[in-house]
Design a binder for this molecule. Structure first.
Ligand code: R5P
Length: 327
């Protein structure tokens, strides 16, 4: 799919077999407008407006005020905190777009909330991720674009009628690591759990096979409380610097605990990279006061000023997502 300036007619082929004329528009929910604005700029479209009204009881009403009849529409909404509210807004916007005549809908969900609940951990639990997928399917989306989902198997859970583009921020991380001149001799990449091994291997390949290791962590399934990290695979002996890479930081507990382990092994400098800065409760304070030297995250989740801290550096995923919209 090639891009033309806003408002021009163009031919789209790709997701659907037939070629037909569409005008493309991009909309955003309220979760992460700054990122949506950057993506819109990257693809040379203005961000279209939507009306959102919140009633005194908390219910939301959304309204599409632009003509989308027979158009291919892109909708950007991160399902970050408050996750249920962001999802409800997304669902209402999708319904509004469909009822207004949109012919194709591409949803960009940079942070896909509920992705960690992708299977039954204990008897009687719901598979929340599957419920979200069912709702998106019932709202007739054509394509989903998301970044660094918790597991590489998540796209397979979507019905085949929804095209899923699962992209990664690892190239951004590799670029930053190269820019910092953190060389392979002194530096080791660390996955803070065994589930992140695949991610760390890919990053290692991007960095001339930088050495990597994985720590092991266990959580109490009832309380969610983290048990102390141990070294699971590989060795950090003789390394000056560790770079811990994860898909998300929520409470900050995982990063802080893995950092303590690195310090126990005599690693001098620890830096962390995570795609999604969920930053729940007092994560910002926890990370700032930790032994971590620098916390690198992306802007998949909007970080308000009060959650920013000195050690934090935010990199934008706009181009990674924008490129997908040009395909
Ligand atoms: C879990 O498996 C994820 O990959 C992250 O490690 C986790 O969500 C981080 O959470 P927290 O910051 O609360 O330790």
């Amino acid at each position: 799919m090639n891009f033309l300036p806003a408002g021009r007619l163009k031919t789209v082929s790709g997701l659907h077999r037939d070629k037909y004329q569409v005008i493309m528009k991009i909309f955003s929910g309220s979760a992460n407008k700054p990122l949506a604005e950057k993506i819109a700029k990257d693809i040379a479209l203005p961000l279209s407006t939507v009306e959102t009204f919140v009633f005194p009881d908390g219910e939301r009403r959304v309204r599409i005020t632009e003509n989308v009849v027979d158009e291919h529409v892109i909708l950007v909404q991160s399902a970050s905190t408050p996750v249920d509210q962001q999802y409800m807004e997304l669902f209402f916007l999708l319904d509004g777009l469909k009822r207004s005549g949109a012919s194709q809908i591409t949803v960009v969900i940079p942070y896909f909330g509920y992705q960690r609940q992708d299977h039954v951990f204990r008897d009687g639990e719901a598979v929340s991720l599957e419920v979200i997928i069912k709702i998106l399917d019932s709202l007739k989306i054509n394509r989903l674009i998301s970044i660094d989902m918790h597991s590489s198997r998540i796209p397979d859970l979507f019905p085949s009628r929804i095209a899923v583009s699962h992209v990664s921020a690892l190239e951004l991380f590799a670029k930053k690591i190269k820019h910092e001149k953190w060389n392979t001799k002194d530096t080791i990449l660390i996955s803070p759990d065994m589930g992140g091994i695949r991610r760390i291997k890919i990053l290692s390949e991007m960095l001339e096979n930088m050495q990597y290791a994985a720590t092991e962590k266990n959580r109490d399934l009832e309380s969610g409380k983290l048990e102390e990290h141990t070294l699971g695979e590989g060795s950090v002996t003789g390394k000056k610097r560790a770079i811990i890479v994860d898909d998300m930081i929520s409470s900050g507990g995982t990063m802080v605990s893995a950092t303590s382990l690195m310090k126990k092994y005599g690693v001098e400098e620890v830096h962390t990279f995570a795609t999604h800065a969920v930053f729940s409760s007092d994560a910002s304070e926890v990370l700032q006061s930790s032994l971590i030297q620098k916390v690198f995250v992306t802007d998949t989740v909007y970080i308000p000023e009060e959650k920013k801290f000195e050690k934090l550096e935010i990199m934008s995923v706009d181009e990674i997502l924008g490129i997908q919209l040009k395909i």
